[in-house]
Design a protein around this ligand. Sequence first.
Ligand code: SAM
Length: 450
Amino acid sequence: MTDKHQYFSESSVLYLTARSVSIAVITGVLQNKGSLSTQLTKHASRVHSEHQAKLKEICFGVCRWYPKLNSIALSMLQQPFEEEDYDLYAALLIGLYQIDYMDTPDHAAVNEAVEASKELNKNWAGKLINAVLRRYLREKDAIIAAIDSMPSVEYVHPKWFMKRLKKHWPDNLDAIVDANNSHPPMCLRVNERHVSRETAIELLLSEDIDTEKGLFSSSSLYLKKPVRVNQLPHFELGYFSVQDESAQLAAFILDLKEGEKVLDACAAPGGKTGHLLERANLDVTALELEPWRLDKIHENLDRLQLSAKVICADASDTDSWWDGQSFDKILLDAPCSATGVIRRNPDIKINRKPKEVEELTHTQKNILHAVWKTLAPGGQLLYATCSILEEENALQIARFLETHDDAIEKALDLPEECGVKVQHGRQLLPQKQGHDGFYYCLLEKIAQSR
Ligand SMILES: C[S@@+](CC[C@H](N)C(=O)[O-])C[C@H]1O[C@@H](n2cnc3c(N)ncnc32)[C@H](O)[C@@H]1O
């Protein structure tokens, strides 16, 4: 393989280098044209399989360290780049990332960024990029010292988020930041319909895949080293799914009984839908608002050889999808700020804004109020988010309980040491080498209004 910008593979497919494609991915993220994973899905096929790992490393790395890289760049630029030149800015940020976090030789990092301006037909910017990166190489310590009290540099998180962390989780702040800035572990869910966790450990070991049991989900296994899913034995037969340990707890908390009618109100990509059905034979309705995300639910269920009624609908508009038959159990895994899974979605550091959190809080409230009507008396609803912000979690539930006298909170069947007990429910905070940040609260509909 050459390290030029483009080359032909044996099959005469024109591939680009990981660095060239990472510019396109980061530009898309900077322009807020979709999440990092959406941008990667869109562009990754232009990179040869041999260089996919490098593409991911650059893209995830730049997003993970963006608050700091951005502050460094802005401290040296006379004015920020215009949106139409975010591709150049992406090239500059990648250059800074290579200098600070990759083993790319410094001169190569500078040259590649300058070359990128030519590839982008913006030769005029080559001099500027060269000057900025060379200045950084010369004056790094002084440049960092001048900005290192900024939250973006000290914690590598946006200022608005650090303000909230300081308010909600002052004692856990350093641990949360540390976990968010780390690589997430790869966690599997063992499909206990096919294989026990003990047997799964042996099966994986026979393929040289070493694992460690999760402490809280009895179906979880952490991989000592991540692998591609097609390397997992019998993955295509549904023996394993990739799912974080904290997300696996939903299906255990719900205490499912054979034959129950269950609503999975916000289902895509269907991770938890599959787990619910692995736990018991159920009549599951899986709702999802976004039509383009439905295929993923079907794909997951097909692989697990399980089935559900999958409906594309807005869960908060019950008239559009509900036939009036009440559900015994509801899982509401609500759309949220995803602030508990920043390490898996580091572009949150770039694009998530406080206004959006406000809107999401409103959406969660609407869905919760609407689906509550579809729950049978005596039935249970599990409210879940992958957020660590109280307005989406305990405060959301507090407001709900104030306005619903037919709702009571039930204790969660989780070990004491799993997460933190909050005003309502349990808050799991992201653990370095461990589970993601998640929130759960279990509500029951009492038969008679008080
Ligand atoms: C946190 S994700 C769900 C993850 C899923 N439960 C799993 O475990 O794979 C939230 C999902 O809710 C969907 N959503 C957002 N608003 C919705 C609405 N009003 N009705 C139904 N689904 C909605 C989003 O498109 C997204 O796919």
